[in-house]
Design a protein around this ligand. Structure first.
Ligand code: PEP
Length: 257
């Protein structure tokens, strides 16, 4: 059975009250199913809410749900007003993953490939798992440059971290044109891109490529989750909008059965 990692990225949404209800509902659902180790569930709330989320999970004696940070600063400490560091996040018990290079950070916060590579390296050095988001714009897709763009995004990481960069790391393939559009990529296209990514990593290390978790992200919802999760080289999904409501999120988890 292939391993599946389902992550809800809440971005700048939801509040403390919702977290409590969400955790209770999700936790009680997960405790009713025969939860096995091929399935991992994580939520990326806004950074401010990670601690609250963690406390609630502890109170619920949860051991099914982990936490993901949406971003970190590239500095560990110092005069960087408004930032959050990896060492601060590491103190929160249930945090396991850190998203780096989400297209919204690349676009709205001008994050370069080089900065993203530094963040990726930092996350690994703190023994958390980086989730590298890669993907092309509509224009790049139409110009047949999707693979070239993803290759460049991966190359910058390998140049800084070395050929073993993707050992204990995750790639989320998220075509920018599919994010928040209500129109996911087709399953054929998803397999075409995921196969390319896995094959590209195998040129550096075949064992790492075989174990690599490659998530798909971009308008995943309860209607398309089953077919997307069934795609050969898909090992999970990174979900934005459809993860905000617990019932919808649970419906997507049901598709992993
Ligand atoms: C995302 O932003 O990572 C994402 C996949 O969003 P959505 O599911 O809303 O397309």
């Amino acid at each position: 059975m292939k391993k599946l990692l389902i992550i809800g990225n809440w971005k700048l949404n939801n509040n403390k009250k919702i977290i409590l209800d969400f955790c209770k509902k999700l936790n009680s659902y997960l405790s009713t199913i025969n939860y096995d180790h091929h399935l991992k569930i994580s939520i990326a709330p806004p950074i401010l809410h990670l601690e609250t989320f963690n406390l609630i999970l502890q109170q619920l004696h949860n051991n099914h749900i982990s936490l993901t940070a949406q971003n970190i600063d590239v500095n560990i400490l110092g005069s960087f007003t408004g930032e959050t560091s990896i060492s601060m996040l590491q103190e929160i018990e249930n945090i396991k993953y850190v998203i780096v290079g989400h297209s919204e950070r690349r676009i709205h916060h001008n994050e370069t490939k080089e900065l993203i590579a530094k963040k990726f390296k930092l996350v690994k050095s703190f023994k958390l798992i980086p989730i590298l988001c890669i993907g092309e714009t509509k224009e790049e897709k139409n110009a047949n440059k999707a693979q070239k763009i993803c290759k460049e995004q991966i190359d910058t990481i390998i140049q800084l971290v070395g050929y073993q960069a993707f050992d204990k790391a995750i790639i989320a393939y998220e075509p920018i044109w599919a994010i928040g559009s209500n129109q996911s990529a087709s399953t054929n296209y998803i397999q075409y891109m995921h196969q390319f990514i896995r094959h590209y990593i195998s040129r550096y290390d075949i064992n790492i490529s075989k174990k690599l978790i490659i998530q798909y992200g971009g308008s995943v919802n309860k209607k398309n989750a089953l077919e997307i999760l069934s795609v050969k080289d898909v090992n999970g999904v990174l979900i934005g909008n459809s993860s905000l409501d617990c019932d919808q999120f649970i419906d997507i988890i049901k598709c992993t059965k």
